[in-house]
Design a protein. Structure first.
Length: 135
C-alpha cells in the first residue's frame, strides 16, 4: 500500500512539474489586425519576385549570365537575398526595358541606314556604287 501511494505521489509531482514548465515555456499568442497596405505590399513583392524569376528563366538571359561568369542558380540566390524595395525597383525596370529580341531589327536598321547614305552620296555624285542611279 505504501509503494502504491508513493507511485501516485511521484506521478502527480511529475504531471504538475510537466504542466507548469509547459505553461512557462510556451509564449502567449500574439494577434493583431493586418491592414490593407501590408497585404498589398506582400502581393506586390510576390508579383515582382515572380516576374524577376521569369525573366531569369529565359534562355537568352541565362546565356548572358553564363557569359558574364554568373550561374543562373547564383543569380536567383542573389535575387532572393534582396530587400522588398530592391526587388520592386528591379521588377519595375524590367517592365520598362524594351524586349531586345535577337538583334535582327538592329541589323536590318543598320543595313537600311547604310543603303540610304550610299544612295544619297551616289545621287550627289560623291560615289559610284549603284548602277541604277542616273547622274
Amino acid at each position: 500500500m505504501y509503494s502504491l501511494i508513493q507511485k501516485r505521489k511521484a506521478i502527480a509531482i511529475l504531471v504538475i512539474v510537466s504542466f507548469s514548465t509547459l505553461c512557462i515555456i510556451s509564449a502567449p499568442a500574439q494577434a493583431k489586425m493586418i491592414n490593407t497596405d501590408e497585404i498589398f505590399k506582400q502581393s506586390q513583392y510576390d508579383l515582382s519576385s515572380k516576374s524577376i524569376n521569369t525573366f531569369l528563366d529565359r534562355s537568352e538571359i541565362q546565356k548572358y549570365l553564363v557569359a558574364w561568369g554568373v550561374s543562373p542558380e547564383e543569380a536567383k540566390a542573389r535575387i532572393d537575398s534582396l530587400t522588398d524595395e530592391e526587388i520592386e525597383n528591379i521588377a519595375s525596370r524590367i517592365d520598362r526595358l524594351p524586349a531586345g529580341g535577337d538583334g535582327l531589327g538592329t541589323i536590318v536598321g543598320a543595313a537600311l541606314l547604310i543603303f540610304i547614305i550610299l544612295l544619297i552620296t551616289d545621287i550627289l555624285g560623291f560615289t559610284d556604287v549603284f548602277s541604277f542611279v542616273k547622274k
